[in-house]
Design a protein around this ligand. Sequence first.
Ligand SMILES: O=C(O)/C=C/C(=O)CC(=O)CC(=O)O
Ligand SMILES: [Ca+2]
Ligand SMILES: [Mg+2]
Length: 421
Amino acid sequence: MAVLQSFVSVHPDSHFPIQNLPYGVFKPQSASPPRPGVAIGDFVLDLSEISSAGLFDGPLLKNSDAFLQPNLNKFVSLGRPAWKEARATLQKLLSATEPTLRDNAVLRQKALVPMSSVELLLPVAVGDYTDFFTSLHHTKNCGIIFRGPQTPVLDNWYRLPVVYHGRASSVVISGTDIVRPRGQAHPVGSSTPYFGPSLKLDFELEMATIVGPGNELGKPVDINNAKDHIFGLVLMNDWSARDIQAWEYIPLGPFLGKSFGTTISPWIVTLEALEPFASEAPKQDPSPLPYLTEKEPKIYDISLEAHIKPAGHEDSGVVSRTNLKHLYWTLTQQLAHHTINGCNLRPGDLLGTGTVSGPEPESRACLLELTWNGRNTVSVNELNRKFLEDGDEVILTGYCKGNGYSVGFGICSGKNVPAAP
Ligand SMILES: O=C(O)/C=C/C(=O)CC(=O)CC(=O)O
Ligand SMILES: [Ca+2]
Ligand SMILES: [Mg+2]
């Protein structure tokens, strides 16, 4: 079957072919109000213009103001039938053989904006942010580093997706500077804690679910319906101050070591676009309890990379290469577990997968693991790093390789700037 083509020319290496159509929010000019868009090649299609032109003409979106909003919360709340309808409309409008937009120069001029000229914003207003801990490799390595080699993975880890509640207020869009946090730390061997800028600033390469309709308080989501609550995925960097974290986290878990900033990528790639890259998840042993047992457990084959651009340098170097398929607990198990006590999820909530470390040393997805808590170094363009230095930029990227095209996530980047004096 011929590969679907757009009338917008899309470079073969682009993350944003017509097979992808990820959703974001942008401002065409700094003074313009934010509006939803989809990425196509090097352009953003302005969905407020497409909506105002009456081109969302399917039964669910015909009279909807979902694309006349400053964020995507309303659209993601509508659920999969509306998401499918929007995708079908947009794929048709952008296809090479469809004249409606292709041959309307006035509308094209208004609705197709060069991506290089826009400001990308947070795609959703994030009401709540939760971060799971679902890579066995990451869990084992952190266990050995923080708690010693005796029992790096505790029994509960195999029975439920272990998780902590993060801070939504400090979720920021790719490109936002991250100020090095100050806090307490208590290095091994020192008799008292000290206070100061973190000396162990780290990144964590993760992905995150953007929640769709969500559930009412008191009504858990059934595991076999959990997929209907996942609108799509973004890249996520859960910045972590390892020295602050190691001292504060017992017994309640991470707090100030994580809450100073979490960066997400601007484009939400939908599960519809990821479907060709889904496969059966590996069997879990021990078998999970019935509320976590799904009829068709799926994983997604998404190649992920972390790069560091050292302070003052033009080029970045790759420090980690991994894949989302290395996770033990599926995205749907994470979501169902989150609601099993009746806790409600709301449209736009952000559920981090946890650090996506794989089995090979080069697939460790944070510096804590890559340098074994600063015992070793990683080399980046002939420089060595134990942890991040002021001015270092971390760039995450991810993509799925299709037949003749890629479905990608673009980048999720952030630069560290010095701590407040
Ligand atoms: O093992 C620990 O004490 C903590 C490790 C983390 O920092 C984990 C975390 O943020 C969840 C994850 O990214 O997998
Ligand atoms: Ca994390
Ligand atoms: Mg964080």
